[in-house]
Design a protein around this ligand. Sequence first.
Ligand SMILES: [Zn+2]
Ligand SMILES: [Zn+2]
Length: 277
Amino acid sequence: MKATVWGCRGSLPSPGPEKDKYGGNTSCVQIEHNDTCLVLDGGSGIQRLGAALGTNYKEVHILLTHLHIDHTMGLGFFLPLYNPNLEIHIWGPATTIESLTQRLRRYFSPPLFPVRLSELPSEPVIHEISNSEFTIGSLKINSSYVCHPGPTLAYRISDGQSDIAYMPDHEVSLGSSNFPNEPEWTSGFNIANGVDLLFHDSQYKTEEYASRVGWGHSSIGDSVNFARMCKVKNLQLFHHDPMHTDDSLDALIDEYKAENMTPFKMEMCAEGSVFIL
Ligand SMILES: [Zn+2]
Ligand SMILES: [Zn+2]
């Protein structure tokens, strides 16, 4: 399995010379295995992915964690959606209030966007999922609702040899009454337990999180505690705050590593990173 990071910024695209190392595009990770191509979230990073995709695949599956704008804003600029010869599937969380198609139509309609969902030449197939297990090509997918404002899924992807968990927006300390104890009662544990590679929300410094409880995101410390609980092999700290520059992200992880030992690899995720599992 191959994972390519096309965007790992949280909340708002924030390019600039002070963000060159970790990147300014919002959430988008591509997973490839044999003839299967998954795109995790449609943040602004999906635009470059679309341009790079070429004719490598006849079928592309976009898996949305949720409908917040930083995870959907790139969809209209994903060129494969305008290719009638491509088969495109969009998967995302079900709600009790409104269908996924209706929620996607809000984005794909004026005045927000000039092209309507029904006018896309690829005629994407929409799939609603919840706490689900399903197969796409050669990959097995598990989805589960996790703690974040509005219905939000996390994904676990397995090729039978390796497992990747993708949880860009997750306030894990509110996802349990006794965090970081009682793993089986913790939001997202079933998704991340024992994975080889975990992309996890770590938007805030510990001191920032204190005034942002309930906003839906985790501190780096909570993210590490969750990774330790799940015994992951590689933690990629994801969904960087748009205010955090390369220098501040470097200082944050250096400071954390100086004070804490972790039994797994841990890095600030950087746009452009490629992982081969
Ligand atoms: Zn987000
Ligand atoms: Zn969100």
